[in-house]
Design a protein around this ligand. Structure first.
Ligand code: PMV
Length: 308
């Protein structure tokens, strides 16, 4: 039996704009998924027969990384699925790593490449942001340009991404999960329609790209005030791009008095928001009172690792 775990992620700056070649900054969070692989009589997940449709990411992970007799994959998740916190990437990364480790040992770069292929196959289209963050941990800057701290470069057709390490200071974040699961694909398509028809939308994308770089500078300086201001600006630009939601707005507003800043994270349209704060208790209460589910998280956590 071989067991690996991998973290979820939050996108601090740059979601949606990253689809248009702008940079993004994602942070690994301390909610993990564990995958344990071992021999079995038939391909199975948590001892139930594996179904391509129900176990899309695990089944595609096996297609990508496993050649051999049937195996069982046991998974344990602390990441709410469909919350925008990277559960599909974490299940893929932990599963690919456990398969590779069962054959010897795993190289993070190889895991990140295979996990990206899996997400891309299952979703039709994906950026490597989630899978590379879940693999590497810490903070990850995804950028069209090569910056300091390059980890690896991933290419797919015409598209390419440079993946970089970013040190993450101790920062207090609370996630507010709306409980609304919004699929990423249609939201990306919605933004695309706007970008193709509106100058203001294209300007918003450009400004988000600048915010990411300013945010990277602020996180390196541990400037929480600046980070919070940038988060609020990034949030209102995402609203302009049409991916907000009244519940997200309510949660972001309720956190403002107790935080440096707050924004939706990930695709939007529901999912989750994040608030940067020194007072996680007040923020959690504000989120709960506004109908959301608060989750206090640590950021900058370790990436994929062997367990036991
Ligand atoms: O659904 P999430 O949390 O993985 O966020 C998607 C981020 C987007 O920028 C909207 C899409 C992408 O592939 O980068």
């Amino acid at each position: 039996m071989t067991k690996c775990s991998a973290p979820g992620k939050m996108i601090l700056f740059g979601e949606h704009a990253v689809v248009y070649g702008k940079p993004a900054l994602a942070l690994a969070i301390d909610l993990r998924i564990t995958a344990e692989v071992g021999p079995a009589d038939q391909y199975s997940v948590n001892r139930h027969p594996m179904k391509k449709r129900h176990h899309a990411y695990i089944s595609a992970s096996l297609d990508e990384a496993w050649r051999g007799p049937p195996i069982n994959v046991d998974t344990v998740s602390r990441i709410p699925s469909g919350s925008g916190l990277g559960s599909s990437a974490a299940v893929t990364v932990s599963c690919v790593a456990a398969i590779m480790a069962s054959k010897g040992r795993f190289e993070p770069e190889a895991v990140a490449r295979k996990a990206f292929e899996v997400e891309n196959k299952v979703q039709g289209m994906a950026s490597p942001t989630d899978t590379s963050t879940s693999t590497h941990g810490h903070g990850v800057i995804v950028s069209p340009d090569r910056l300091d701290g390059l980890l690896w470069r991933i290419e797919k057709g015409e598209r390419s991404w440079n993946i970089h390490h970013c040190d993450v200071p101790k920062l207090g974040f609370v996630v507010g999960y709306t409980g609304i699961n919004a699929a990423t694909g249609p939201l990306v398509a919605k933004v695309n329609k706007l970008v193709n028809s509106s100058d203001d939308a294209r300007k918003a994308i450009d400004r988000i790209g600048e915010i990411v770089l300013e945010g990277v500078d602020a996180i390196r300086k541990n400037d929480k005030k600046r980070l919070g201001t940038l988060m609020l600006e990034n949030h209102s630009l995402l609203n302009q791009l049409g991916v907000g939601h009244p519940t997200l707005e309510k949660l972001v507003d309720s956190c403002r008095p107790h935080s440096y800043g707050a924004k939706l994270t990930g695709a939007g349209g529901g999912g989750s928001m994040i608030a940067l704060t020194d007072d996680p208790e007040s923020v959690s209460k504000a989120i709960r009172d506004s109908g959301g589910e608060p989750i206090v998280v640590e950021v900058g956590c370790e990436g994929v690792r062997m367990e036991e």
